[in-house]
Design a protein around this ligand. Structure first.
Ligand SMILES: C[S@@+](CC[C@H](N)C(=O)[O-])C[C@H]1O[C@@H](n2cnc3c(N)ncnc32)[C@H](O)[C@@H]1O
Length: 376
């Protein structure tokens, strides 16, 4: 494999243009990070990606693979785009799929590494090897002996390690082999996996995207410092500068989100007859405030919601359901989900609509992630 097979134009020119564009937008201030992005060829880590288009309902659908034989390939690889590289079927839903791996947006990769203030001499653990591109950037920056990368999907890991090997990088893959100064996750989590604390030195810094798996529209970046006891960590939330796919529990199946119960036609009819309605003054647009979305998720974590135009639909794990449109709530089931939203919103307003910087996060020695809302 060579590093100059970018068609008539060399990949280095394209990479240089991308880096200049990123610098103009305020990314890549650190010269050694800039050098890493200049010298590591992304196309060797993303030999192909999935072309996506939106269907008439606004849902993303796959439209085949793009590879080096396609005219658009090099432009896409050397642009500030996330490139989807793998999907997995959703259990029991043959027509559905979830995005299960990608090469992240270069600007987001750069921002995460800069936020971690990674310095020479540090050891770093990346969770979510994916294509291996981010691991290669870290290897260039710190030397491959400083980098450990882990990936839940053994096929992806094998391919990524082959690509890294082709460039002479041999990061470790055993996270317990040493204690790390930095942990960087390129997948989202809804709590901090306690292993990350176990694998870190006291004083280590951990950066991850915190996001409910069943509602990936809301989230925040979480930056934690491991306390001097080496067993607990304290952190803060910040506005997300990028958004990551949720962590999987198993390699084969990625969808750990909320699953609606399958109902028969009779059950649907019986439910329809039990529907109640009432008026509301609270607009579904309330969830456009991501911070309120997080606030609501922290207290009603089994409630899933999705909105389109002016309509919002909520479901909960016990089968309760609500739809809100034009000031009317239609609801069903044991819980009045929209009342939960309204009451949470009142508390949120009474607390002064606190922004993310005011929240506190603690990981306890028994492995719990406590995300506390400010009390005023
Ligand atoms: C956005 S992609 C990673 C991008 C990657 N760093 C790169 O440069 O190509 C997220 C990756 O996280 C992996 N992943 C998901 N859940 C995981 C878990 N629990 N542990 C480790 N890796 C996980 C996915 O399989 C996927 O490859």
């Amino acid at each position: 494999m060579t590093t100059n097979d970018a068609g008539p134009d060399s990949w280095k020119r394209r990479a240089g243009e991308l880096i200049a564009a990123l610098e103009q937008k305020g990314h890549l201030a650190d010269p050694s990070l800039r050098a890493a992005f200049t010298e590591v060829p992304r196309h060797l880590f993303v030999p192909d990606y999935l072309r996506i288009k939106l269907d008439e309902n606004g849902f993303a659908v796959r439209e085949g693979k793009v590879d080096r034989s396609d005219a658009e390939y090099y432009d896409a690889v050397y642009s500030d785009q996330a490139l989807m590289t793998q999907t997995k079927p959703v259990e029991g839903q043959p027509d559905s799929f979830v995005w299960s791996s990608s090469s992240s947006m270069p600007s987001v990769m750069a921002d995460m590494i800069e936020e971690l203030e990674v310095q020479s001499g540090m050891s770093i653990l990346e969770s979510g090897t994916g294509t291996g591109y981010n691991a290669a950037i870290l290897c260039h920056l710190l030397g491959d002996q400083a980098v450990t990368t882990i990936e839940i999907d053994p096929d992806l890991l094998r391919e990524a390690l082959e690509r890294l090997d082709n460039l002479g990088y041999h990061p470790a893959t055993d996270p317990a082999g040493r204690l790390h100064d930095r942990v960087l996750a390129t997948h989202a989590v809804d709590h901090v996996p306690y292993d990350w604390i176990r694998w870190s030195k006291p004083g280590a810094v951990i950066l991850t995207d915190l996001r409910p798996p069943s509602n990936t529209d809301i989230g925040a970046w979480l930056k934690l410092t491991v306390n001097s006891d080496g067993k607990t960590a304290t952190g803060k939330l910040m506005p997300p500068r990028g958004y990551f796919m949720s962590a999987r529990q198993v390699a084969e199946f990625a969808d750990i989100g909320h699953q609606l119960p399958e109902l028969t036609l009779e059950e649907h009819q019986a439910r329809a007859e039990m529907m109640k309605d009432r008026e509301t003054h609270l607009s579904p647009a309330v969830f456009q405030d991501e911070v309120y979305g997080l606030y609501f998720w922290r207290q009603s974590s089994d409630v899933w919601w999705g909105s389109q135009d002016e309509v919002i639909i909520l479901n909960s794990s016990d089968g309760s359901w609500a739809q809100v449109q034009d000031g009317t709530v239609i609801m069903l089931g044991p819980r009045d989900l929209w009342t939960e939203v309204e009451q949470a919103y009142q508390r949120w307003q009474a607390a002064g609509e606190p922004d993310l910087s005011e929240w506190t996060v603690e990981v306890t020695a028994d492995g719990r992630t406590l995300i506390d809302l400010p009390h005023r």
